[in-house]
Design a protein around this ligand. Structure first.
Ligand code: LUB
Length: 193
């Protein structure tokens, strides 16, 4: 019971931190702000996360931890490789629209130069994963002749990042899924055999 309580508390702290980092940025958020938002003392927050940097690294890690789980859920549907990739990115767009931890992590990654604490290199995980899925699509005859999985992975990550960034700035990501569907449908003409 105690362990479960601690897990729940850590999740609530991360969620509050992510919300505040997304709203006010890294420099504009203090551990005290997070404690007030989650309804705990600063000391209680420090018990779980010993510094603002530890909190920052944890939010970003929780952001990236979403994607392998999302991939597993999509792969369980047994779609072909190209449809798996399309479904994965569609659900990633929904996650960027709906998930405060993903949104807070994305803002922190934008502010990486200002952040003490070591953060992962952005984008490269997605390029590798999408390149793998497009290579599987090529092997299955689902990728247009002559399209390089590596080049297409760079383009898809850039298109997704730009789409979610513009939607975030102009519309708080409310229209993100629709904007992503526009980009995805256009890119499908270039990618599908
Ligand atoms: C899938 C596009 C890349 C993704 O979009 C926001 C962001 C945060 O840095 C990303 C990343 O680092 O992978």
């Amino acid at each position: 019971m105690h362990q479960e309580r601690a897990v729940q508390t850590r999740r609530q702290i991360l969620e509050s931190a992510a919300i505040l980092f997304d709203q006010n940025g890294y420099a504009g958020t203090s551990v005290k702000d997070v404690a007030d938002h989650v309804g705990m003392t600063k000391g209680a927050v420090y018990f779980h996360y010993p510094s603002k940097e530890a909190l920052t690294v944890a939010v970003v890690q929780a952001h990236y931890d979403r994607w392998p789980r999302l991939l597993e859920a999509v792969q369980a549907e047994g779609l072909g490789p190209m449809d798996t990739l399309v479904e994965l990115l569609d659900r990633t767009a929904m996650t960027f629209r709906d998930d405060a931890v993903v949104q807070g992590g994305a803002r922190l990654m934008m502010e990486q130069p200002l952040v003490e604490g070591s953060l992962p290199q952005p984008y490269v995980g997605w390029v590798d994963l999408i390149e793998l899925l497009l290579t599987q699509a090529m092997d299955a005859g689902e990728l247009r002749e002559g399209v390089s999985p590596t080049a297409a992975a760079h383009t898809l990550v850039a298109a997704f990042f730009g789409t979610q960034h513009i939607s975030a700035r102009l519309d708080l990501r409310v229209d993100l899924v629709k904007r992503w569907e526009e980009a995805r449908d256009l890119l499908s003409y270039a990618l599908r055999a």
